[in-house]
Design a protein around this ligand. Sequence first.
Ligand SMILES: C[S@@+](CC[C@H](N)C(=O)[O-])C[C@H]1O[C@@H](n2cnc3c(N)ncnc32)[C@H](O)[C@@H]1O
Length: 504
Amino acid sequence: MQTDVLSEVSSRTAERPAAGTDADKRRELGQFLTPAPVARFMASLFSTWDRDVHLLDAGAGAGALTMAFVRHFCQRRYRPERISLTAFEIDPALMPLLRRTLAQCEKECREAGIEFSAIVLNENFIEAATSMVSRDQFTGNPLRFNMAIVNPPYRKIRGDSGERRLLHQVGIETSNLYTGFVTLIGRLLTEGGELVGITPRSFCNGPYFKAFRAEFLQTMALKRLHVFESRTAAFRQDRVLQENVIFHAVKGGTKPDHVIISSSSGQPGGQVSERVVGYEDLVDPEDAEQFIHLTTNADQARARLAIGRLSASLSELDLSVSTGRVVDFRAREFLRGHPEPGTAPLVYPCHFDGHFVRWPKENSRKPNAIVCSAITRELLVPAGVYVLVKRFSPKEEPRRIVACIWDSSLVPAVLVGFENHLNYFHVNGRGMPMPLARGLAGFLNSTVLDVYFRQFNGHTQVNATDLRNLKYPTKAQLEHIGNSIPASALLQKDLDAIVEEELF
Ligand SMILES: C[S@@+](CC[C@H](N)C(=O)[O-])C[C@H]1O[C@@H](n2cnc3c(N)ncnc32)[C@H](O)[C@@H]1O
């Protein structure tokens, strides 16, 4: 019976036509409501037994998370005496639904002998919380909440927005609303306070979230993480194309020895697999970037071990990686469908053909050439051997990193242009020796690197920064891999065998 009410809250809000906010508005507000089974799972992760629960639900929507939380605590053998909720929700259209859910919470608490009270604030959480945080800093007021449950809105926040300015005023530098929410919630928790959240997993890696990770990992101890393996799993009804992670963290510096990482497909009834990893395997204390490694199975652990052992940085290899300089819509007047006198080859991802670029491409929708002129010169690089990597590759592709070699000896041209959907490896803006290029491309195309990379790359892009932050085999190892790769086409399993022999 109780499950029905919980499902009703979620399914009703996922459809929500009448009280509703239209699709554009929902997107703007980051309004992706948590399905009931996910909310239930999140509520089950809280571990302490405080008698007085001061719960924060920031971006409460229709109250699915609070409902699941209340229900979980009502069903516990040892129940709290009081649950005092503070809920923030910016969208007035959701207020009637939220109030209805809270009336249900009140009823169920009463039946379970728990006192329930709720403050519902139809306000912007960023405004309210930044003001609470700065008041607390000033007056030394005690912090407010010992528990928080959140599915924060996710949306980029522009550098010139009011939200960005407010966050900056309390020392939070972040470009996404969800990390702003989580940092503020962390600051509003008491020592030992618990936070359970569901967010995109993009915060686990990547340069944009470095400042977020620094504060979050310093002030909170991660205890449990759950990864959804499909990008559409948790929020199927809302067609969210993000890989999501659920985390349980406790405020305080003391890190646990071990952390549980579980994963599931996100389909109803799908299998859940679970691993216990040392905290240092989750976040390497030596890693200046403080990446959070979500290894959910033995293959991933093996890949982490193999890649984790590598020590050569790109600069130690005398290599650099850059994003292709030709942004085609800005250089439209210089693009040509086919090579002609006075042009240079222009390479797009569509020119990838196995380990080598095949150029020109007949019947291509993309141009094959770019005019060489004083204006375009700085967009082009000298002829040579370059390793190219696609910048966009959805998780569903066989490999996330797709590398290919441009070999100028196959094409009579003194300059070449790499389009902006590509990253290219080079030596000070010039090409590299072929054995190194073959080894580098082989390593980048290997399954072991792919498995490793997917652990912390939850989006569809492979940025030059991602490639810059990787560790590589030594130059000698790369050359050895390169020399072991036959000139003829190679099956993935044969390439993997060559690379793994070098790495393990
Ligand atoms: C991802 S939804 C989650 C809703 C609900 N907690 C759930 O799990 O179903 C995020 C919610 O935050 C609300 N929201 C967006 N920006 C907000 C802000 N600045 N302050 C308060 N709420 C906000 C949205 O309207 C939306 O209801």
